[in-house]
Design a protein around this ligand. Sequence first.
Ligand SMILES: Nc1nc2c(c(=O)[nH]1)N[C@H]1C(S)=C(S)[C@@H](COP(=O)(O)O)O[C@H]1N2
Ligand SMILES: [Mo]
Length: 222
Amino acid sequence: MADEDVEITGRIKDKLIEEKQAWAREGRLLTGTSADPARDRLPPGQLLVTDWPVLDLGAEPNVTEQKFRLDVDGAVESWLSLSFAEFMALPQAESVSDIHCVTQWSRYDNRWQGVAARTILELVQPKPEARYVIFHAFDGYTTNVRLEQFDQPDVFLVHMWDGKPLSRAHGGPVRVLMPRLYFWKSAKWLRRIQFTISDHKGFWEQRGYHNNGDPWTEERYS
Ligand SMILES: Nc1nc2c(c(=O)[nH]1)N[C@H]1C(S)=C(S)[C@@H](COP(=O)(O)O)O[C@H]1N2
Ligand SMILES: [Mo]
């Protein structure tokens, strides 16, 4: 019975992944236009929503605060391995930003609390040769960004949304927030931040999604 459930979940998951991959191949949702974030608030081809859709590979890991651990390693001067309490003891910040998902929805004015990416960078000190950052999640998901994209004032590791602890469905206890990129770059259930010298494509990047993911120039697919 339990095995059957797992198989069915596996099949649903495979179907979803195949469908998204097909969209990437066909270049679905591309409008062929771009917008200027200084002038426009909604990127091209996006539709505004007020709810917050849940999108993931289907297996939402139950990461309790006891099970949580965040490792920061790779091409850095000092590695970090934090328990949830240690993570929460780092300087905390608040920010408000918009979400833009590649599946065409955007959601304005999300209020987040968490630790700034720049706080992590100060602690670990990336080596001069470090150029990329890979996020690894508790569900096996990965996604890659360039170091300069991570090193921005609006990038956070968040644990609160709208004044409440981030829900399990949305990646609690801690997820990445990279508001200038499509939301697939914002890894949920964050487990590890790896600094690398060369680029390694993440889960969706290997399956036809754009390596960069800028919503303003519609970098949906590669
Ligand atoms: N760990 C993990 N993070 C993930 C994903 C995932 O499957 N696993 N999906 C990504 C995708 S494709 C999207 S669109 C957003 C969705 O975040 P939400 O469910 O909070 O809206 O999470 C991203 N982060
Ligand atoms: Mo997505």
